[in-house]
Design a protein around this ligand. Sequence first.
Ligand SMILES: [Zn+2]
Length: 309
Amino acid sequence: MATESVHTVAEDLMKAAKMEKCYENYILIDVGANLTNKKYGRDLDSVVQRAKDSGVQKIMVTGTSVKASKEALRLTRIYPGTLYSTAGIHPHDAKSYDEESWQELCRIVQNTECVAVGECGLDYNRNFSNPEDQKAVFEKHIKLAIEHNKPLFVHERDAFSDLSEILDKYANKLPPVLVHCFTGSVENALAYLQKGYYIGLTGYLCKDKSDTGVRKLLVDNLIPLDRLVVETDAPFMYPNTRASKLPTNVKEGLTERSMTFLHRYCTFQRNEPCSLPAIVEMIAAFMDKKPEEVALASSFNAMKLFGLT
Ligand SMILES: [Zn+2]
């Protein structure tokens, strides 16, 4: 629970840049973990400690509802300098929007530990809320982010055109945008990058079976390193490194150290932030880069984008 100043992490990043490999650990920032999920109700201290031991120095706790956003903010007070929060209503819950609780969300966003507005966006994959409700609530988040000049933490599933259309309406005043847990096509990613958005990658890359998705993006080096951030989306998106379709060079890029954290503590039912080193090693292998390079770039981007201190 030690408080770390931005100074320390920034210095570590610089040292690591100069002396690659001198550090046993990567220096990582998990920009999206759902640590308010009840699956962490009993042992959050251990989860956070394991994350730190694995090299994950800072974690952004995703706010997916007004209640979860409030709880996420509370957690940042328990782990200052380690946990940060976001505040938003997941598109699945757009139907439960009400004016009164929205006002509460607006108050949560004003705290400095709350570093982004979201998650918010559109999810037409499951349509738990109807698209019209989703669009209306998403626009409210965009206006809120603009008002407070905080980055937008965006969730998009099978809703590329509608989401782009809405964001484009605000193009000239938008704060930085992160498309978190990107699961779309190369074409969609290139369009997002073209607009200046950041891309967040998770263990989803173990699931991607398409020839035109996340893996292709990485293999063809289409995401500039200065636009990439990494996240676990824990307890979801367990990176299944045993997936048979994972290329040999990617499997070989996984270190014993990251595998130990992954296999000892993470499962399909409950992924943890300490799986992030394994995810970064896979991203790096797909990109044919060193994991240290991907770690450094993504951590630097996260600090800059969200102003983590
Ligand atoms: Zn999401």
